[in-house]
Ligand binder design. Structure first.
Ligand code: TMP
Length: 209
């Protein structure tokens, strides 16, 4: 039933570029591809995204933040991801539940058991078939985003916060190495894209067997 892929990584890891390149390449091979993002991907999700990322909302408490990400995800699954998978599409999402574990769990310090319960409400425990982790030191990612002037509410957090996010992603990959595949995002864009293509092609082959 379709293929569900997610891209994860810290700010400035280049995951959005890689998600787009993969979507273009699979579409050119004739696959039905849905490229989407979190928070976002639906009209409701995009409004929640604006609330979450507005740098003016410095008063947002961690619980509100967690529930807003979960609300956007619930709508995203219901309205976009599950219908696409049901018609056998390849769904590529720029971030999914692993971001909640890394940001709201490892970096904000919300208990993992609570996160998993909230996530279960949003996802019914649906997990991507493959998650590509674009890994990069926090300083390098933040520097890339400063160069393009991308500064939303979470990007404005201290570098220590982003180091914890990276560590969280790496621990997720260590816990689920089959699903979460680490890629060195410090390489040139086309070298990263080649690594992504290798992983995804392998998985598509496995599906046709
Ligand atoms: P981005 O898509 O431009 O990277 O922005 C999304 C921001 O939201 C990014 O800072 C990571 C953060 N985020 C969370 O903190 N938790 C989540 O569950 C998701 C999906 C994103």
């Amino acid at each position: 039933m379709g293929l569900f892929l997610s891209f994860e990584g810290i700010e400035g890891s280049g995951k959005s570029t890689q998600a787009r390149l993969l979507a273009e390449s699979l579409a050119s091979e004739g696959y039905d591809v849905v490229l989407t993002q979190e928070p976002g991907g639906t009209a409701i999700g995009e409004r929640i995204r604006a609330l979450l990322l507005d740098p003016a909302h410095t008063e947002m408490c961690p619980a509100a933040e967690l529930l807003l990400y979960a609300a956007a995800r619930a709508q995203h699954l219901e309205q976009k991801i599950r219908p696409a998978l049901a018609r056998n599409a390849v769904v590529i999402t720029d971030r999914f539940s692993d971001s909640t574990v890394a940001y709201q769990g490892y970096a904000r310090g919300i208990d993992r058991g609570l996160l998993d319960s909230v996530d279960a409400v949003a996802t019914g425990r649906l997990r991507p078939d493959v998650t590509i982790l674009c890994d990069l030191p926090a300083e390098a990612g933040l520097q890339r985003n400063r160069e393009i002037n991308k500064r939303d509410r979470l990007e404005l957090e201290a570098v220590a916060f982003h180091r914890k996010v990276r560590e969280g992603f790496l621990q997720l990959a260590a816990a689920e190495p089959e699903r979460v595949r680490i890629i060195d995002a410090g390489q040139p864009v086309d070298a990263v894209a080649a690594d992504v293509a290798r992983i995804v092609t392998e998985r598509l082959w496995a599906l046709t067997k």
